[in-house]
Every structure is written in structure tokens, then in C-alpha cells.
Design a protein around this ligand. Structure first.
Ligand SMILES: CC(C)(COP(=O)(O)OP(=O)(O)OC[C@H]1O[C@@H](n2cnc3c(N)ncnc32)[C@H](O)[C@@H]1OP(=O)(O)O)[C@@H](O)C(=O)NCCC(=O)NCCS
Length: 182
């Protein structure tokens, strides 16, 4: 077992899991990612056109060794949470280290059938709380300039625009860089 997998295993003994009602009144459970969630996470990623893969999420979760190289992330997640609705995984969020004091939201997605119910916001809020617990001072992310829904979500959680990266995505679209002080 890799060091990261051992760390994830140790963290799991703390069994972070909470039931909550979203701002839209939907009951969900938010909990740490488990290996058996991989298929659901990849399906939600695909349905959300995020471009991730089983290999990348396995690496982020510490289920395989993280190595820097083409198509790989080269980092383990410091936060990897999933949202369950009626015992089905319907969304997830992953944050990776950006520096000693900062973290980066690597991916956030909710299955299209379960959007607009407050699940994305609940996942983001839970991840930010977890990053505060890890004593991170900042969180940042990149979002497609055309992705107004995600930008609205981040603005509603007091993220501010701090930059723009042209041609950031594979199809040439630029990214807006957003940051929040934790
Ligand atoms: C972005 C995403 C995670 C939001 O998840 P969600 O569960 O549908 O979002 P929520 O219901 O929690 O809504 C949170 C906020 O997002 C914004 N939002 C959600 N749906 C919206 C819509 N159809 N139009 C405009 N804004 C919208 C609003 O600001 C909303 O807050 P409010 O309800 O208080 O107004 C989801 O749309 C998704 O998975 N998109 C594809 C993947 C993606 O773009 N990820 C982000 C990459 S940076």
C-alpha cells in the first residue's frame, strides 16, 4: 500500500461523513471518497465533460502511485469528498495542494440529473471547511470563461477573480482564475 493510501486509510478511521440538508432542502450525505466510488466519480466526470479518467482519480485518491508525467496529476488529493443522495454517489469534489498555504480545487461536479438542488454548493462548503481544518490559508481554481454556472457558484461563496489564463483548456478556451481566503 502506498504512503498516501495508508494516510487515506488512517484518515478513514476518523470516518468523516455527515448527513445534511442543502440550501434547496435536499437531504444528502457528504463523506470521504472510497475506492468503490471510482466508477461513479468517472461517470459523473464524463457526464460533466471534465476530461478526467479513472487513472487520474485513482492517483488522486492514493490508490496508485502519483508520478509526474503526461496525463498524470503528480499529486495526491488533500480533500476528496463525494455526495450521496438516496445511497447513490451524485457528485464529488477534489482539492490538491498548491503550496504549503494554498490549495487548488481540481474538480467539482454534480451529475446532470441532480443539479440545481444545492449539492454543488454543499460539496464546496464541506471542502472549504476541510481545508480550514488542514490550516490552508487560500484556495484557488480555474474555471472556463463560458462556465457562468460554476462562476456564479464560486462568486456566491465569495471567491474573487484574480487572473485570466488564455488558451488554458485543450480546445483553446481561456480560464478565469479565482481565489478565496479561508
Ligand atoms: C457547477 C456545478 C458543480 C454546480 O452544481 P449544482 O449542484 O447544480 O449547484 P447548486 O445547486 O449547489 O447551485 C449553487 C450555485 O450555482 C449557481 N447555479 C446553479 N445552477 C445555476 C444555473 N442553472 N444558472 C445560473 N447559476 C446557477 C447559483 O449561484 C447557485 O446558487 P443559488 O442557488 O444560491 O443561486 C454543476 O453545474 C456541474 O457539475 N457542472 C459541470 C462541471 C463543472 O462545471 N464544474 C466546475 C468546474 S470549475
Amino acid at each position: 500500500m502506498s504512503l498516501a493510501a495508508e494516510a487515506m486509510e488512517a484518515g478513514r478511521s476518523r470516518a468523516r461523513s455527515m448527513n445534511l440538508r442543502t440550501t434547496k432542502g435536499v437531504t444528502i450525505k457528504i463523506r470521504d471518497f472510497r475506492a468503490e466510488d471510482l466508477k461513479s466519480v468517472v461517470e459523473i466526470d464524463r457526464a460533466s465533460l471534465l476530461g478526467g479518467s479513472a487513472e487520474i482519480y485513482a492517483e488522486l485518491a492514493g490508490l496508485k502511485t502519483a508520478v509526474s508525467g503526461a496525463g498524470e496529476v503528480g499529486a495526491y488529493a488533500e480533500v476528496f469528498l463525494v455526495a450521496e443522495r438516496n445511497a447513490e454517489v451524485v457528485g464529488f469534489i477534489v482539492a490538491v495542494p498548491f503550496s504549503a498555504v494554498a490549495s487548488r480545487i481540481f474538480a467539482l461536479a454534480v451529475h446532470p440529473k441532480h443539479r440545481g438542488m444545492g449539492i454543488g454548493k454543499a460539496l464546496l462548503r464541506a471542502a472549504l471547511n476541510e481545508l480550514r481544518r488542514l490550516r490552508k490559508s487560500f484556495v484557488r481554481l480555474e474555471v472556463r470563461e463560458s462556465n457562468f454556472i460554476a462562476q456564479n457558484l464560486y462568486k456566491s461563496m465569495n471567491f474573487t477573480e484574480i487572473g485570466y489564463i488564455p488558451f488554458y483548456y485543450w480546445d483553446g478556451e481561456g480560464a478565469i482564475v479565482m481565489q478565496k481566503v479561508l
